[in-house]
Design a protein around this ligand. Structure first.
Ligand code: ADP
Ligand code: MG
Length: 412
């Protein structure tokens, strides 16, 4: 019976709070997992950025990555690790690179999801380095009337970049004049025009992490630190299950281990509006009450993938989803079948058994940890990085109190 070490790499950017908590909790858990006659131990390390030989093996079993979408060196190191060394990584880097918000809309429309009517607009401007832009547009660019597009979609609509992210350049336009102004200001960005879901009665962000999901009631007009509300049990079982299936379908389809899906409910129908967020917000400064759940979700899925040496799906294999989409079935039944594919890809049953057997003490450890000075220091560091000096104390206390409220409520 040998002692084997599973190595977990954290590939981080501005992240401060969750990795500190993650590392502390791995230490506290001090896992010794009996596994096929051996004992598994776990080591966590932060991945550094430096020159690398393509043939130098990657030593990690799992990498939790937060850089792929913008740091080419890290993305390429990860891709070679998958191709050459059997690395498992969240998220599939090819899929993050290739599948923008636009693609996610198209694919999920095809699967039958009620995505609001969405159009794409050619860019308003082209940079000087696009040498052929002038001749190309002169030949093939059709003059268009945005007012007519607006009439087809219906007013008001949302003008927003096709690749999304961080609420950048998002405008709700009520008439042709506002639409033209937003378009004129969009510059080189390629924009979507999307029908507004008006008069919705619920806005939910569902965080998906492997097979785990958490539904958060979202208040888009509140200040940043209050947008994730602290409501729990605000959804019926049926709604919660529906959003679980939607989120896992999207994540399994695109090979995204962690992602968040925004959905609006109107007259009983859930309309997904933004679900290409494959490096979801994980910071205590926005998640606060939900932050301990997020840290535990990171831990459970990482430890499961490392322990079982979950094989990385290198290609996305969309065919099974398309086969279901082609069936003559109501959407609800198709969604059941998509979710079944997702549960199979995320090994939901095996994951739950793993957590029930080997991570039984995680909840109690997390409950204790989130009362310690180390946990509070992790919160303070993130607040200090984002807030002006005179607000650090006040906001550290605010987020800390919300974590304590989570503990007092029985860690929902
Ligand atoms: N179709 C829509 N109907 C209603 N509200 C929308 C719609 N699209 C966007 N919004 C609002 O604008 C916000 C930002 O748009 P979103 O698509 O989420 O962009 P980002 O990718 O920048 O997060 C949403 O959180 C929501 O409040
Ligand atoms: Mg969004």
């Amino acid at each position: 019976m040998a002692e084997l070490t599973r190595r977990i790499g954290l590939s981080l950017g501005a992240d401060l709070c969750w990795p500190l908590c993650f590392e502390h909790l791995v230490k506290r858990l001090d896992l010794r997992v009996p596994w096929k006659g051996d004992t598994l131990r776990f080591e966590v390390e932060r991945v550094t950025i430096e020159p690398f030989d393509l043939r130098q093996p990657v030593k990690y079993d799992v990498v939790v990555d937060r850089l792929t979408h913008w740091l080419n060196t890290s993305r390429e190191w990860i891709k070679k690790g998958i191709l050459m060394d059997g690395l498992y990584v969240f998220n599939n880097p090819w899929s993050v690179q290739a599948n923008e918000k636009h693609t996610s809309y198209a694919a999920m429309m095809k699967l039958g999801m009620p995505i609001p009517e969405t159009w794409m607009l050619p860019a308003k401007a082209y940079s000087a380095d696009k040498l052929d832009a002038k001749v190309t547009l002169k030949r093939y660019g059709k003059l268009f009337d945005l007012a007519k597009v607006g009439e087809r979609i219906g007013w008001p609509f949302f003008m927003k970049p096709y690749d999304g992210g961080g609420w950048r350049n998002v405008t709700r336009v009520k008439n042709a004049k506002e639409a033209w102004t937003a378009y004129d200001e969009s510059g080189e960005a390629v924009m979507h025009a999307q029908a507004s879901v008006e008069g919705y009665d619920a806005f939910v962000r569902t965080i998906g992490f492997g097979p785990q999901t958490r539904h958060v009631s979202y208040a888009p007009d509140a200040p940043l630190h209050d947008r994730y509300t602290q409501k729990v049990d605000f959804l019926s079982k049926a709604d919660a299950e529906h959003l679980r299936k939607v989120t896992l379908t999207i994540n399994a389809f695109f090979g995204w281990d962690f992602n968040s899906c925004e959905s609006l409910r109107k007259q009983g129908t859930w309309h997904p509006i933004d679900f290409a967020n494959p490096c979801p917000d994980s910071q205590v400064t926005s998640l606060h009450f939900h932050f301990p759940w997020m840290v535990k979700a990171y831990l459970r899925w990482t430890l499961f993938c490392a322990a079982t040496k979950k094989p990385m799906r290198k290609t996305l294999d969309w065919e099974p989803f398309y086969q279901v989409a082609a069936l003559d079935l109501p959407y609800a039944e198709k969604l059941d079948r998509y979710a079944a594919i997702a549960d199979q890809r995320f090994e939901t049953a095996r994951f739950e058994e793993f957590c029930g057997t080997h991570l039984k003490h995680l909840d109690a450890e997390a409950y204790e940890f989130f009362a310690t000075s180390e946990a509070k220091e992790a919160v303070r560091q993130k607040v200090a990085a984002l807030f002006p000096a005179h607000e650090v104390e006040k906001f550290t206390e605010l987020f800390w109190q919300r974590i304590q409220a989570w503990r007092a409520a029985g860690c929902p």
